[in-house]
Design a protein around this ligand. Structure first.
Ligand SMILES: [Zn+2]
Length: 301
């Protein structure tokens, strides 16, 4: 992960400590790459439970876990995120993963990250929360980050994505799609503009796209993925399970990536749904190819 955080020292004088939790000591865990701000960690539970004061190897040695953040300054209304952790899981018919904030008062910028673990935990760094809050005090960007991370929990639970690539791209694009779907259908954002704005902010973080070429999908492909999730969530379509979402997602997304968007109706997808999607294929192709401007993207209905 590379961060370009500018306001590291803000608000530290006003912080009120929350209850610190005991935390497991997952030393020696084998971890995947950490070259993105919003990480997926395929981490199995450690047999060893240690003393508090050490989170795991993905965070600095001075970081600790908390159930809440102080309700002041740029950490205001963090309770929305903890309640959304349950709401997102419930929307997908599942019980909530363990959710914790990670704080590090001696090295705050080290918490500019959010991680979804394969053993049912989401850890959300204080600095990324603040960063997102300062761009949108409704916390929509934070909800979007969480919905993306929860998308990885769905992937762990159901063995998704069904499409495997040599990089993390298919998993990341699908998580973007899950987030777009939830924000419309579960969080009630009926217009695309607010979602597109939040998405552009969330994924403008850092410079990860240049460190691993092709690793996460190009920015236009990621925009197309979140738009695809939003379209699936149109109220005229029936609600999808996570597994159905995956099937639909890669059916239509393949078409967009390959430019073969005039597709036959696939098995298992309702005719009305397919007709609806076909009406948006040219639009999706323009997003994925980079032909569509940011302004036109944000103004999509
Ligand atoms: Zn991700």
């Amino acid at each position: 992960m590379k961060t370009n955080f500018r306001n590291a020292s803000l608000f530290l004088g006003a912080l009120v400590l929350s209850t610190m939790l005991s935390c497991s000591n997952d030393e020696e865990s084998t971890l995947d790459s950490q070259d993105e701000v919003l990480s997926v960690i395929d981490q199995q539970p450690s047999a060893k439970e240690g003393d508090c004061g050490y989170v795991d190897g993905n965070w600095s040695s001075t970081a600790s876990l908390y159930t809440s953040l102080p309700n002041s300054g740029s950490t205001r209304n963090s309770s929305l995120i903890t309640s959304q952790n349950s709401a997102i899981a419930s929307f997908w018919g599942r019980s909530a993963p363990t959710f914790r904030f990670v704080r590090d008062l001696s090295n705050p910028t080290s918490t500019f990250n959010a991680i979804s673990y394969s053993n049912g935990k989401i850890y959300f760094g204080e600095e990324i929360f603040k960063w997102a809050y300062n761009r949108d005090s409704s916390n929509l960007i934070n909800v979007m980050i969480l919905a993306h991370e929860y998308g990885h929990q769905l992937q762990y639970a159901y063995g998704l994505p069904s499409r495997n690539e040599s990089t993390a791209r298919s998993a990341e694009l699908e998580a973007d799609g899950f987030a777009g779907y939830y924000l419309r259908r579960g969080y009630g954002k009926s217009t695309f503009a607010s979602i597109a704005t939040a998405y552009n902010a969330a994924y403008a973080i850092g410079d990860y796209s240049t460190s691993s070429p092709g690793h996460h999908g190009t920015p236009p492909q990621r925009k197309s993925a979140v738009r695809l999730g939003f379209l699936f969530a149109d109220p005229q379509n029936s609600k999808l399970s996570a597994s159905n979402f995956d099937y639909y997602f890669f059916y239509y997304y393949n078409g967009v990536l390959n430019g073969t968007y005039r597709m036959a109706q696939p098995e298992g997808i309702a005719p009305e749904f397919h007709t609806f999607m076909m009406a948006h294929m040219e639009e999706l192709r323009k997003i994925a190819s980079g032909e569509m401007s940011d302004e036109d993207y944000i103004n999509l209905r």
